[in-house]
Ligand binder design. Sequence first.
Ligand SMILES: [Zn+2]
Length: 300
Amino acid sequence: MRIGTFVPLDLASSRHELCHKVRVIIMASINRSQDVLDQLSQGISTLATSDEWQAYLKMQARFHNYSYANVLLIMKQYPDATQVAGYGTWKSLGRHVKKGEKAIAIMAPILYKAPNEATETLETENKYRLCGFKIVNVFDVSQTEGKSLTDPCQKLNGGNCHSLYHRLCEFANSLGFHVFQKEMGPELNGNCSHTKKRININKSNSSTQQIKTLIHEIAHAVMHENFDDRALGELEAESVAYVTCESLGIDSSDYSFGYILSWAGNSANAELLIRQSCSRIQKTSSMIIAALSESKDAAA
Ligand SMILES: [Zn+2]
């Protein structure tokens, strides 16, 4: 934990008092965050039974579940990919690939139908035999434009809190990360690179959405270096964002519930994973809350 980062030298005498105060804040936020995490699981479960979520699942069924090898291939070529499909699938969803976008190459199995006599007694799916692989081109949603997709994540509106954003940037700096505001596609909110020690935030989003995203990316910076499980990483980072936003008086449920549910697959899994990662989520959100309180005190 990097407590003390924002204490100017002339305030060093009150450092002991400040450390005590920060400890009190951490304990209070850990106690409070358990209630907030219960609230998060409850909200996700309510969303999972809504018509809106059912419509989203229907749309999701149009996308493939890619193999582990293909997920690696996609991430290597397009690290920000969130939703990938072939040209034809995008077209059937009323979207087209933007001019100049480079395709993501993945491997697709080549199947042939085995002779009827040999497979008479087998189920239909067993009538096909694998005889190799071919390269297939796919595109991420951010490389396409057109009809809006059903999206259970509503971006947050409004806000005008530059000082909070600035204090979060300072905290990211204390972790060795630089934060940049960048023009990004409407599907992207931000990203975090451990190798470049860089966090990008989509400057087109509202101030509140940018603050939530920055907390999410800081959580990745703290928790997910050399972390292979993308789905769990996203669930943890967004849970940290939700808990931290709540303590800052920002309600991120319109975005966070859908985001976590989409990565967890269903509400039972979301609840289980939140419970399993509970102490990691609490620890990281408490660290951010404490750093923000401390920097606010130092500035006062
Ligand atoms: Zn993320």
